[in-house]
Structure formats: C-alpha cells, structure tokens
Ligand binder design. Sequence first.
Ligand code: ADE
Ligand code: ZN
Length: 319
Amino acid sequence: MSTTVKKAELHCHIEGAAPPALVEAQAARYGVDVSGFISNGAYVWSNFTEFLTAYDGAAGLFRSQADYALLARSYLEGIAAQGAIYAEIFVSPDHAVAAGLTPAAYFDGLADGIAAARSSTGIECRMIIVGIRHLGADKVEAAARIAASRPHPLITGFGMAGDERFGKVADFARAFDIARDAGLGITIHAGELCGPESVRDALDHVHPSRLGHGVRAAEDPDLVSRIVDEGVVLELCPGSNLALGLYPDISHHPFDQLRRAGVRVTLNSDDPPHFGSSVGHEYQLVADAWGYDAADLTGFTRTSLEAAFVEEPLRAILL
Ligand code: ADE
Ligand code: ZN
C-alpha cells in the first residue's frame, strides 16, 4: 500500500501489537518460556480463547515503564512508515497490574513511547483505557474509575474488550456512565464473536459513538439502518476477522456492503502480529478487493479522524 495515502487507525490493542521477536527478547531477559504460544517466530493459537491466552502471555512480558515505552514506540514508528499520521491504542491497566506495574508507570511508559515516535515521525497518538469483559463487571468498573480520574492527558477514551460471549452488556453500563461523565469518548467491542443482538444491546445500554468491530450488524438490515441514522462509526478490522474465521475470505467480508449502505467505516489492525494485519495491510486488502482509489482510501482516514477521541485543534490540523 502506497505510503502517500495518509492513514489512521482507531483500534489497536497495544499488548496485541507486540511482535513475536520482541516478546521472545523480553522472555529471554525475564527467563520465561514462551514456547506455549510462540513457535517458529509466530504466535500459535487456533481459536479466540487460545488467542486470548497468547495475548495474555505476551502482555505478561512487559513489566516496566521502559518495556512499554519500547513497545509503543516500535508500533507507532512501524505504522508511521506505512503512512499513518494518527493512531489510538487500547491500553489495559488490568494487564499492566498483572505484570507487576502500577497504572501510572504503565501510562507514563506508553506516553514516553508515544512522545519518542512523535518526535521521530510526527505521528500523533491517543490512548483508550479498556476494561476486560471476561474479568467481570467489577473489574471493568474499576478500569472506568481509573479512566475517569483522567490519569494522563493522552488518555481520551474508554472502552471494553475481551470475550464478547461473557455476561450481558447491561451489566457493564455503569462503567460506561462513569467514563462518559468524566468526558471520555466511548467505544465498545460488539458484533465480532456475537451477532446483531449484541450490537443492539451495546447501542441500547452504552450509547457509544463508535463500535469496536460491529461488523456482524451487517446480518440485520434494520440494524444497519439504525447505525447509519445514529452516525455510529464502525472500527472495522477485516484482517482480524479473516484470521479468526468470521469470513472465509475478503470477498465475503461485509466492509463494502456496509460502506455502500452509508455506514461510516474505518480500517484497523486490532492485534497486528497475531492476525497478519497492519494498518497498511488493511488499506491494501480492501483496495484490492473492491478497487478503491486513493480518494476512497483517504475518505476512510477522514472518517477515522472525524471520529477520533482527540482535541478539536489537533483534529483540525490532521484533517
Ligand atoms: N482483545 C484483543 N483483541 C481483541 C479482539 N479482537 N476482540 C476482543 N477483545 C480483544
Ligand atoms: Zn479489538
């Protein structure tokens, strides 16, 4: 994909962006065996639950502020080389605390990496704190309280990731109210592992401006109309969806169908080395599949910037 097409992504989990080689280097430093989830330089998993295990294993090897600075910097410099000018990363205090970090050291490390990448490439980045759904409503609410304390100026949003098959969205509504009341942007993973009902629940109980994935709304025309009418932006991750087996190949992915229906669609990598994705790869994938030209692709970037959880003066500069 041409680097002259400016790109932006709104949906990348920072722990999921750790390349296997970096994780192996961390493992050697900390004396940890990663053969259970990395083999021949690649992550090994065969379903979503195993993916989460590999994800958690990799996350457990980032244990200091400097480790997270390195991870954020390498991810951002990598996508800047693909033409990205803006990114939002999902950050998970639960993973950081499990690895022995304080939330403050975690955010400071990520911010150090963001600052370093900004000064070497010009890329801008903001952080979205996520609660992890399968850890339960209390943990997600605790993550929301951390976010609502506005612990760092680069933290501008709150969301929920994790296993969508766990619990009911309504159980998590209070966490989102806490975050929204603190002025944070709101997004939620829905319509990835579960179908249209899950998306409807997310819209009804959480009122997000964006949906993480939301792709399976395509199975219900009335729901697609609602998403169009409400102007909800979809953080679509086609490469992730293919890797997880939601669709057999890109020709069966509803990206173009949703776009034609008037949905505001964006392109995102989700967990790049797990899914063989990257923001540049996602742009190339859809361009090859549906013949989009540079103006079409720039339009997706524009939608991302319009929907970004970023201060208005910077949005105006980026747009
Ligand atoms: N956490 C990391 N990647 C995820 C995904 N694709 N869905 C839900 N939670 C996630
Ligand atoms: Zn995700």
